[in-house]
Design a protein around this ligand. Structure first.
Ligand code: ADP
Ligand code: GN1
Ligand code: MG
Length: 361
């Protein structure tokens, strides 16, 4: 069914006016829907069911978590329609619609917000950190065992390395020779990949309910106040470590250039933004974070950035089946920006440790 027919199945208030592709996500197909004579707008999404094969479990996770968060935000007398994601059911009352191999769902569009691809203001990034810290703190009482593991081993960096080695061995599209430097970069760092996985396994850091995809374009910033008001893209909410959530915002937000910048001289790690995020995150999470987690925050940033680079490289070697691409080397270009950031963070790691300690409250 085409998107126009699908949109009519959802319980939008009024006659559909326009439907247009929207946003810059790498995974799902997102559309903005406007309706005639109604202030409200909607986000309609076709989930990537190749990646999210367990879309029923995924939607159940989202329903549980959004209901839980709504109750908290309501108690705080805040505007639930702006601070929480609101699922819009189909006219039959279902939270998604299955059309052959496709799964569709809709949300209320949160108006008057901005999504950044590059952060240019420490104040906005501090607010972003506070919102993500608060997100984890609010979910502290949520029973992690009630959630399904949407993508098994999603942030198991050792498993990601194994998948990279398999893709390299298969070299199915003959690209390994064009990525020798990047392949060596990964292999040189194979011993550091297990730090978070090991700490979780040994019980040194807790397994929590985490977002797992906290890049900066997954938070909506109020256009007028600059406050980070609503965390979106809840597809990967599942048990995990807060180090990955912290790290992925740093990976994306402290980059002075876009994730797919070809000119690596523009890519750098902005340590003042790191400090701003740390301050906000530690404020938002309050006393829910452990000392061991604080000690490992810099490692979270380095490892998730390395992991993300490995994932882009693996997808490049595999023939680009996972991330959306605009041109054949897109994933290799993305991988290179991530590795440049890893190098810079390695150089700055002592400063990063001091900043986290300074920002703790
Ligand atoms: P993907 O998984 O492909 O990244 P997202 O759920 O992040 O998809 O949506 C893509 C983009 O659509 C976001 O980066 C954001 O700009 C926009 N978006 C998604 N949901 C909303 C919403 N409820 N209100 C406003 N904008 C939204
Ligand atoms: C994807 O969905 P999106 O574009 O917010 C990916 C993340 C990566 C990110 C890299 C489900 O995020 O894990 O870190 O791209 N999401 C999934 O930009 O794989
Ligand atoms: Mg997204």
């Amino acid at each position: 069914m085409n998107v126009n027919k699908i949109a009519k199945l959802f319980d939008f208030q009024g006659e559909i006016d326009t439907i247009a592709p929207y946003g810059e996500g790498h995974i799902n197909d997102t559309f903005l829907v406007t309706v005639k004579g109604c202030e409200k707008q909607y986000i309609l999404q076709r989930l990537n069911t190749k990646i999210f094969s367990n879309f029923r479990g995924l939607m159940d996770n989202i329903l549980q978590v959004t209901n839980y968060l709504r109750a908290i935000v309501e108690k705080e007398n805040k505007d639930v329609s702006r601070e929480c994601m609101t699922l819009i059911p189909t006219k039959n009352g279902d939270i998604f619609f299955v059309d052959g191999a496709d799964c569709w769902r809709a949300y209320l569009f949160v108006k008057d917000t901005i999504v950044y691809q590059i952060i240019d203001s420490p104040a906005v990034f501090e607010n972003t950190g506070e919102a993500f810290g608060k997100f984890i703190a609010r979910l502290d009482g949520f029973d992690a065992s009630a959630l399904c593991e949407v993508i098994p081993n999603f942030h198991n960096t050792c498993d990601r390395y194994g998948k990279f080695l398999s893709a390299l061995k298969a070299d199915k599209v003959n690209r390994a020779s064009s990525a020798e430097k990047e392949i060596a970069f990964v292999n040189d760092r194979k011993n550091m990949l297990s730090a978070i996985v090991d700490a979780l396994e040994k019980g040194e850091i807790p397994l929590r309910v985490t977002h797992n995809d906290t890049k900066i374009n997954n938070v909506l910033i109020d256009k007028f106040t600059g406050k980070a008001i609503c965390i979106i893209d809840l597809d990967t909410i599942m048990p995990g470590s807060l180090l990955y959530d912290f790290g992925d915002s740093i990976r994306s937000g402290c980059n002075t250039a876009l994730e797919d910048e070809k000119d690596l001289s523009k890519v750098d790690f902005d340590i003042s933004l790191y400090e701003a995020y740390c301050k906000g995150f530690l404020k938002g999470i309050g006393d829910k974070i452990t000392q061991k987690e604080i000690d490992m925050l810099h490692l979270g940033a380095i490892i998730i950035t390395l992991e993300c680079g490995i994932r882009f490289l693996t997808d490049y070697l595999d023939g680009d089946g996972y991330f959306k691409i605009d041109y054949p080397e897109h994933n290799l270009v993305r991988c290179r920006t991530q590795f440049k950031l890893v190098e810079r963070m390695e150089q700055l790691s002592n400063e990063m440790i001091k900043i986290a300690e300074k920002c703790r409250i």
